[in-house]
Design a protein around this ligand. Structure first.
Ligand code: ADP
Ligand code: MG
Length: 224
């Protein structure tokens, strides 16, 4: 049995105070095993991005506890959270957030700036190979299709060998062919042992995961 990489216990997130307070997460508890592929599905406003920010150590819960890789991250300082993020989490967003003046390879190298240049390039080329873009390493974003740009973003998320890949609506800006391509890449990374959490409002996208959780009004449950 694989160890839990994620353990959330009674997580609540409240934005604002008093009359204006919004309870975006309401006692969310969930565990995710290392090597799993989980989709979190729910309509707009249900709390998905709030959950993603907490899972990704971009924000902390108002109450409850979050253990990531055995470490309690729910009370960490901003500086400690940044360290966990950089070391252990690869992010993929709806907007690809690639730098337009840089080649695919240079974009993928960015998270490795602390390494020597030759090691950076070798690691970036390996990551691009894993997303099927060995023949596009010197292309700039505007010379690539949407699906290819998102695969570059996935390679950039992968290049640090993170324990968790967290993707928030990764196919939200893509046509159906590109969506299939990107979901195929996430699936193959999971087959190779990576833990993936995919956030989406789309049931057909969620269907590629091994396990589907649904979010509604700030609560999370296993899909029927
Ligand atoms: P989703 O990603 O599923 O669309 P969100 O997590 O973005 O949902 O939002 C959940 C709820 O929290 C919504 O009612 C939203 O309006 C509210 N919310 C999100 N972020 C903030 C914020 N920074 N300040 C106040 N309310 C917020
Ligand atoms: Mg959202």
């Amino acid at each position: 049995m694989a160890a839990d990489i994620i353990s959330l216990e009674a997580i609540t997130k409240v934005y604002g105070r008093g009359e204006a307070a919004v309870r975006a997460l309401d006692s969310v508890s969930v565990r995710v095993h290392a090597g799993d592929f989980v989709a979190v599905m729910g309509p707009s406003g249900s709390g998905k991005s709030t959950l993603m920010h907490i899972l990704g150590c971009l924000d902390v819960p108002t109450t409850g506890s979050y253990r990531f890789g055995g470490e309690d991250v729910s009370r960490m300082s901003e500086r400690e959270l940044a360290h966990v993020r950089n070391r252990s989490i690869g992010f993929v967003f709806q907007q690809f957030h690639l730098l337009s003046s840089m080649t695919a390879c240079r974009n993928v190298e960015l998270p490795l700036l602390y390494r020597a240049a030759r090691d950076r390039r070798a690691a970036a080329l390996r990551a691009l190979d894993r997303v099927g873009l060995s023949d596009r390493v010197n292309h700039r974003p505007n010379q690539l299709s949407g699906g290819q740009q998102q695969r570059v973003a996935i390679a950039r998320a992968l290049v640090t060998e993170p324990a968790l890949i967290l993707a928030d609506e990764p196919t939200g800006n893509l046509d159906s062919t590109s969506s299939r391509e990107v979901l195929g890449v996430l699936r193959s990374l999971n087959d190779a042992g990576h833990t993936v959490i995919l956030i989406t409002h789309d049931a057909t996208v969620a269907a590629v995961a091994r396990r589907v959780l649904t979010m509604s009004d700030g609560t999370l449950r296993e899909a029927a």
